[in-house]
Design a protein around this ligand. Structure first.
Ligand code: SF4
Ligand code: SF4
Length: 336
């Protein structure tokens, strides 16, 4: 088995960051997330042992705000002098299985079913993903219940923490090519991988989609949604949520269009120009969030839009817990 000594991780990141922007899990004060290696203060901030850091790396492929194209107003027409395609080479290093699966969700949303988002596509094709296997699930982690193998992230290469070394496993062709470039930092070693520790929460997800298909009008939504104040925190922190809004910034006859993260928890998200709104009430928006994650997405792509990272549980100011909601859904009778 190929391994990399933990002492060689910093030289590896130094080398990679000469050709690419390398994003690594990092602890910065009271926050943690994926930050560019070049912006860090050396090895002391890297946190490869952290489970799923506070901020997922969704910003790397789907920026919180991005320019799309510039516009100019002539006498008769608008023209588009530039579109902004971000072709920078990137590496996401040390992503956990839940966040890697969220990128798989984005790949399906932004690149399949006859539709390609060129902004996402350009960034994605220039990004290499290095996964970090999880052997010790955290208190709010439940990826295994959502059909995800925590020790096999959707990645080009997977590293496995094995004491003083990381076992190095190239998964894709891209991962094999990448491995060849860093071969001088790897060595062969016989070693066993750790045992996966038990999850504190596991449940049987089977049947949830079928159950939800008959629950659109169920009275339970009133009770489940009652504590939600539609702050949207869960949607911004979720690695797989991908709602966005498109806005324009204009000065005189020039400007640009940009898009930025949005949230289905907000009234304005579904506000229509004519004054209507199909989801006027808090409860409608709450129900939509869970139906989208657990039913509609599965109907379209065959797996749920929740990867079990547990972030929404940790950050919800009112203690709303998606695991409890799934369990309640499983318990209730179908609609009436
Ligand atoms: S974080 Fe909690 S209160 Fe805020 S929108 Fe999400 S579920 Fe509702
Ligand atoms: S819904 Fe919650 S647990 Fe599921 S992926 Fe999003 S933040 Fe993580």
């Amino acid at each position: 088995m190929q391994v990399i000594d933990k002492n060689k991780i910093v030289p590896l990141l130094d080398r990679l960051s000469k050709q690419s922007e390398v994003f690594v899990p990092t602890v910065k004060g009271s926050e943690s997330g994926f930050y560019s290696w070049n912006s860090l203060n050396g090895a002391k901030e890297i946190a490869l042992e952290a489970l799923n850091v506070y901020h997922s790396p969704k910003n790397v492929l789907f920026p919180q705000t991005e320019r799309m194209y510039s516009i100019e107003q002539g006498k008769q027409v608008f023209s588009i002098p530039d579109t902004f395609q971000d072709e920078k080479s990137r590496i996401i290093f040390g992503i956990r299985a839940c966040d890697a699966k969220a990128i798989t969700c984005f790949d399906d949303v932004f690149l399949t079913h006859g539709y390609e988002d060129s902004f996402y596509a350009t960034r994605r094709k220039n990004t290499i993903i290095i996964g970090n296997a999880c052997y010790q699930p955290g208190a709010n982690c439940f990826c295994s219940s959502m059909g995800i193998n925590p020790v096999q992230p959707d990645a080009d290469v997977v590293i496995h923490d094995a004491g003083t070394v990381y076992a190095w496993e190239a998964i894709t062709v891209t991962g094999q090519q990448f491995t060849e470039q860093v071969q001088d930092l790897l060595e062969e070693k016989d070693l066993g991988l750790p045992q996966l520790k038990p999850f504190s929460t596991e449940f049987d997800y089977d049947g949830v989609v079928e159950k939800l298909q008959g629950m659109f009008d169920h009275e339970i939504w009133h009770e489940l949604a009652e504590p939600c104040m539609n702050c949207g925190t869960c949607t911004y922190m979720c690695p797989s949520c991908h709602c966005f809004d498109i806005q324009v910034k204009i000065w005189g006859d020039k400007g640009y269009r940009f898009r930025c993260w949005d949230s289905c928890m907000y009234t304005e998200y579904t506000a229509e120009a004519g004054g209507g709104n199909p989801r006027p009430d808090s409860q409608d928006r709450f129900r939509n969030r869970f139906l989208h994650k657990l039913e509609f997405f599965t109907e379209r792509y065959d797996y749920p839009l929740c990867t079990g990272c547990g972030r929404c549980i940790s950050v919800c100011p009112n203690g709303i817990n998606i695991i409890d909601i799934i369990k309640r859904i499983k318990e209730v009778d179908k609609i009436v």
